[in-house]
Design a protein around this ligand. Structure first.
Ligand code: C2E
Ligand code: MG
Ligand code: MG
Length: 703
């Protein structure tokens, strides 16, 4: 049989129903009965398979219209088309049946061929209609999806201009955790259960829909008292669902004031409102108010100017050093963005990053931050400055971008860096959102040589049980977590986490360290790295450069005992020490060490130095000369100096890594002395002293 739909014939006359049944049997499954009570039973059990009902008005002596009315009221049966039949023609009966929902009407005696034609048409029509209807429903819960919800709300608002309405958004705050612990199915069951609960509270001209995010949105008549009562009941009933965990429901209510606003914007306000009570224990409903409106306006302002701000370079990258607790040295830094806003002033990331994470602009900003960071590292390397790996923050949106790896590699290569120059900080909650995808991307990044840090560890929830699957190198403990734990109990959790991380071979960074006491505790727990105000605040690049120089070089100068400087016998002179070196670091060491004895002049190559010498040779006490430099090297400069009598008395100390050969060559070109790099400061002090004193004596003799 081609068509397996079932046709149910309900007719008190056995010969009438027998005739039609016999004819239809070639085309359909046919069930026929003379009793309406039997018919109810069949409908109840088999309604899904029944394509149509042929129902005689007078069947079984009971009025068939009663059954029709019943069917049209029942949700499961209302879509089944019904063809009514009657013995005697009556316009009144026909109209009444059709308006009660019958699809067609036939008078006896009828031709089975016509009955079949009508049936075919009606069944086909109904199938098309129900397909269209399915598209209007959410697959899991049967409520309408966002687009349909919006259309229906618009229509209902137009049809009921004097009724007050509200949009209510509902969110299960711990839904991710519930699914994680009890499985996807349990999650789905909760949603289906919730639909049933909502439907119970919804009356005519009210709606329940599901947003694209998967959360429910309700369109309800607004009466605050009733709404409060109903939502309270909903919370209670939903928490009766048999799952051994509190279901944390949050409702955001937006009372519709402006009916011309797009429904999506209304829902947006309800969503925003629910967000204001996230994480607040015991509070499950919030109403849209002025404060939320102002926040929304603020966000809009930020969004309106973000692109210009990026173009105009209003965003700046700050750096905060990270310390190795073992060696007490700076072992890294974190790049943190700041916004110098033309009217709002200096802004911290908390004021704009969450907005950019919502609207996706974070990927643009992050690209800029990575590029700027790499640009600084490139310059530091070029200048011979001490360079440590710099961590950049990677937002979860970045990771979902299919071009992410290509982008970050592109930036690294553009600045002639290697992946190990930067660490990637990925926040813990990113892993809990979509673990498979994140893990896949992180694996690839690791293969490429990037070091991966899990940021804000302890702020999410599910990382402990998935920690062993994560391809990361460093665990960065969440600041709140570290600070809270130290403030309250005996650091049990902290020491457990650090122990666990060590056991799994992850290095641990503790963030937000503000006191000596915290450092002691962390040191005892064998924590590897610390970052916090105790050591240094995030600072602009030039300050960070100076900081790193001080930390790496001036430390070494400090190592020279005061006596060392006392050995330096002459007074500060008015003369100049001319330092010629292409590496800023080398110039910095010398200038810092000798600035109390000479006026310091720095030049980056021989050519610039020679220009200076030509004009100022009378004031120069000593030249500290690097041999290998671009444009004009040290040997060539010495040849220029040697070519003019005027300059012959200026002592030159050559500074180089070079071996004996270059030392010999330098001496033959007129160098007074030689110091090797890297510098030993005590040796330089002595050499400079000897050379300068000798030259002064020489001058005295000549005078
Ligand atoms: P984070 O990555 O966890 O960065 C650490 C935050 O802690 C920084 O806040 C830092 O200034 C702050 N901090 C450091 N030491 C201490 C301390 O001792 N005490 C206290 N109370 N705070 C300390 P900041 O710079 O305001 O950044 C906040 C968050 O914004 C960052 O948290 C990060 O998630 C995000 N962020 C910052 N820059 C960027 C960026 O360029 N891209 C992305 N996607 N996110 C960024
Ligand atoms: Mg970070
Ligand atoms: Mg962090």
């Amino acid at each position: 049989m081609a068509n397996t739909k079932t046709v149910l014939i309900v007719d008190g006359s056995s010969s009438d129903r027998g005739n039609v049944a016999a004819f239809l049997e070639d085309y359909y499954n046919v069930i026929d009965t003379g009793s309406t009570s039997e018919a109810y039973g069949i409908l109840n059990v088999d309604h899904k398979n029944i394509g149509a009902v042929i129902l005689d008005i007078t069947s079984d002596g009971t009025y068939g219209e009663e059954m029709l009315n019943f069917m049209k009221k029942e949700e499961n049966l209302s879509n089944i088309p019904v063809i009514m039949t009657a013995d005697t023609e009556s316009e009144e009966t026909e109209i009444s049946a059709l308006s009660a929902g019958a699809s067609d009407f036939l008078y006896k005696p009828y031709s089975p061929v016509i009955v079949k034609k009508r049936l075919d048409n009606i069944i086909k029509l109904n199938e098309n209609a129900s397909m269209a209807n399915d598209l209007q429903k959410d697959r899991l819960t049967g409520v309408c999806p966002e687009e349909v919800f919006c259309q229906k709300v618009t229509r209902l608002l137009e049809e009921n201009p004097s009724v007050d309405y509200a949009i209510v958004y509902s969110d299960i705050e711990n839904f991710g955790l519930i699914k994680d612990l009890f499985g996807e199915n349990a999650g789905n069951n909760i949603l289906v259960y919730m639909t049933r609960v909502f439907k119970h509270f919804i009356s005519k001209d009210e709606l329940c829909g599901r947003l694209e995010t998967g959360n429910f949105v309700l369109f309800l008549k607004y009466d605050k008292e009733t709404l409060d009562e109903n939502l309270e009941s909903v919370v209670k009933i939903i928490n009766d669902f048999p799952v051994s965990m509190n279901i944390m429901l949050r409702f955001g209510v937006y009372k519709i004031e402006d009916r011309t606003m797009p429904v999506q914007a209304m829902s947006g306000r309800a969503v925003l409102t629910a967000g204001t009570i996230r994480g607040r224990y015991g509070q499950y409903v919030a109403y849209y108010n002025k404060e939320i409106w102002e926040k929304q306006m603020y966000e809009q302002e930020i969004i309106d100017c973000m692109e210009d701000a990026l173009r105009q370079k209003q965003f700046m990258v700050y750096f905060q050093p990270k310390y190795d607790l073992g060696s007490e040295r700076v072992a890294g830094a974190e790049a943190l963005v700041r916004w110098q806003h033309p009217s709002k002033g200096f802004m911290n990331p908390a004021e704009f990053i969450p907005i950019f994470e919502k609207n996706g602009f974070i990927t643009e900003l992050d690209k800029y931050v990575w590029d700027t960071t790499c640009c600084y590292i490139e310059t530091w390397i070029k200048n011979g400055y001490p360079v440590v790996p710099v961590s950049v923050n990677v937002s979860r949106t970045d990771i979902y971008n299919p071009d992410f790896i290509e982008i970050i590699l592109g930036i690294i290569h553009k600045h002639n860096l290697e992946p190990e120059n930067i660490h990637l900080e990925i926040t813990e909650t990113a892993y809990t959102d979509n673990p498979e995808q994140i893990i896949e991307v992180v694996k690839q990044l690791k293969l490429l040589g990037f070091v991966i840090e899990m940021d804000d560890f302890g702020s999410g929830y599910s990382s402990l049980n998935m920690l062993n699957e994560l391809p990361i190198d460093i665990l960065k403990l969440d600041m709140g977590f570290v600070q809270d734990d130290m403030g309250t109990n005996s650091n049990n959790i902290l020491s457990f986490i650090i122990g666990l991380a060590k056991w799994m071979d992850y290095a641990v960074v503790a963030e937000g360290i503000e006191t000596e006491e915290q450092i002691q505790i962390l040191r005892n727990m064998d924590c590897n790295f610390v970052q916090g105000y105790y050591y240094a605040q995030p600072m602009p690049p030039d300050e960070f450069e100076a900081y790193m120089l001080r930390h790496n070089i001036l430390d070494r100068i400090d190592e020279i005992p005061d006596a060392g400087m006392e050995e330096f016998k002459f007074e500060k002179s008015q003369g100049v020490m001319l330092i010629v070196d292409d590496l800023a670091l080398n110039r910095k060491i010398l200038s810092t060490s000798f600035s109390s004895y000479f006026k310091i002049v720095e030049k980056e190559n021989g050519a610039e130095a020679f220009e200076y010498i030509k004009k100022n040779y009378k004031n120069i006490d000593v030249i500290m000369l690097d041999l290998v430099m671009p444009v004009m090297d040290g040997f060539t400069l010495m040849r220029h100096i040697g070519s003019d009598e005027k300059y012959k008395n200026i002592p030159i100390i050559v500074t180089s890594q070079g071996g004996e050969k270059s030392v010999g060559k330098a001496f033959s070109l007129g160098a007074s002395d030689f110091v090797e790099k890297p510098y030993n400061l005590r040796i330089i002090l002595h050499r400079v002293q000897n050379v300068v004193m000798a030259s002064r004596k020489q001058k005295d003799i000549e005078i």
